[in-house]
Design a protein around this ligand. Structure first.
Ligand SMILES: NC(=O)c1ccc[n+]([C@@H]2O[C@H](COP(=O)([O-])OP(=O)(O)OC[C@H]3O[C@@H](n4cnc5c(N)ncnc54)[C@H](O)[C@@H]3O)[C@@H](O)[C@H]2O)c1
Ligand SMILES: O=C(O)[C@H]1O[C@H](OP(=O)(O)OP(=O)(O)OC[C@H]2O[C@@H](n3ccc(=O)[nH]c3=O)[C@H](O)[C@@H]2O)[C@H](O)[C@@H](O)[C@@H]1O
Length: 314
């Protein structure tokens, strides 16, 4: 099987590559423009005979021969996707069109990593896949939310019109080793802050919730979806729901009980609650997450301490 992973130099993508490379029958090609990803995440595979890394921007055509496409390329942290919103929406729309064009030309199956952000600031809780969402079409997050919504539409139109085999995963907040240290997302921020002995920055009101999935569970879910018979969309996430204050308290207790928790300003359109309904993933993929937040945080702490050069003092 020859497998293309777009965005494979990023956080989730590089863990997915590790898992796919475990199967000796797989050849893996990564296409990435290194906007938020890094060669470092793939260093153990560079030079491997079954692995290839291409510097490529998915907003341009890619002409290669593959059997499967995991299409992850897209900045995922709000600070990065808001940095150049026009590029973000181009990546979601033109990038997904290009990958669907490739899938059509070579007859490949394609999986899109969509997001729980397609539900916007949800009025249904928890969110089942049948919920259509509550998204601001002109806000500062729209380049990402609406971009992913169009990407999902394109996937289904190519499926209906051209018979392309599609898979759509709606990913809920995922965390783990290799996240960018200054990525701006909440788990990486809190862990880096706790290790550096800086106050944890909880954005107001602090009662907003998220449900955090450890990256190994996520990768397992994505591969099951690709290999299974269902197009999706299927929610993949951990239903354990926490307020941002609860998350900060957990990080404080586990990593550095001396740090303070500071309330800081938030950004517009921040969803107030988010928790996946994973009934479909359980029934159709036989998947559910295994790693609890309090077990996953220390694994991420270890990786961050190594990269920050701050060993744990006893
Ligand atoms: N991590 C999460 O919590 C989460 C949640 C929902 C959805 N997702 C989705 O999963 C995917 C991966 O997210 P991640 O957390 O690993 O983010 P990430 O930023 O670490 O990885 C994204 C990768 O895509 C690459 N990229 C960005 N624009 C590109 C372009 N135009 N051409 C080629 N490569 C490009 C980046 O360089 C990076 O390597 C994204 O599609 C994201 O929307 C992630
Ligand atoms: O899972 C998803 O579907 C989406 O979730 C995230 O978006 P978001 O939930 O806003 O992620 P964070 O930036 O980590 O914020 C989570 C919450 O933490 C809060 N936060 C963030 C950073 C911080 O330092 N402090 C803090 O309290 C934010 O206000 C927000 O309420 C990801 O960044 C998107 O890529 C992804 O598609």
């Amino acid at each position: 099987m020859r497998i293309l992973v777009t965005g494979g130099a990023g956080f989730i993508g590089s863990h997915l590559v590790d898992k796919l490379m475990e199967n000796e029958k797989n050849e893996v090609i990564v296409a990435d423009n290194f906007f938020t990803g890094s060669k470092d995440n793939l260093k153990k595979w560079i030079g491997h005979p079954r692995f290839e890394l291409i510097r490529h921007d998915v907003t341009e055509q890619l002409l290669i021969e593959v059997d499967q496409i995991y299409h992850l390329a897209c900045p995922a942290s709000p600070i990065f996707y808001k940095y150049n919103p026009v590029k973000t929406i181009k990546t979601n729309v033109i990038g997904t069109l290009n990958m669907l064009g490739l899938a059509k030309r070579v007859g490949a199956r394609i999986l899109l990593t969509s997001t729980s952000e397609v539900y916007g600031d949800p009025l249904e809780h928890p969110q089942p896949e049948s919920y259509w969402g509550n998204v601001n079409p002109i806000g500062v997050r729209s380049c990402y939310d609406e971009g992913k919504r169009v990407a999902e539409t394109l996937m289904f139109d190519y499926h209906r019109q051209h018979g392309i085999e599609i898979r759509i995963a709606r990913i809920f907040n995922t965390y783990g080793p290799r996240m960018n240290i200054d990525d701006g997302r909440v788990v990486s921020n809190f862990i880096a802050q706790a290790i550096r002995g800086e106050p944890l920055t909880v954005q107001v009101p602090g009662t907003q919730t998220r449900s955090f999935c450890y990256v190994s569970d996520m990768v397992d879910g994505l591969i099951r979806l690709m290999e299974g018979e269902n197009t999706g969309p299927i929610n993949i996430g951990n239903p354990g729901e926490f307020t941002m204050i609860e998350l900060a308290e957990n990080v404080k207790e586990l990593i550095n009980p001396k740090v303070e928790i500071n309330m800081v300003e938030n950004t517009p359109d921040d969803p107030r609650q988010r928790k996946p309904d994973i009934t479909k993933a359980k029934e159709l993929l036989g998947w559910e997450p295994k790693v609890k937040l309090r077990d996953g945080l220390p694994l991420m702490e270890e990786d961050f301490r190594q990269r920050l050069g701050v060993p744990k003092s006893n």
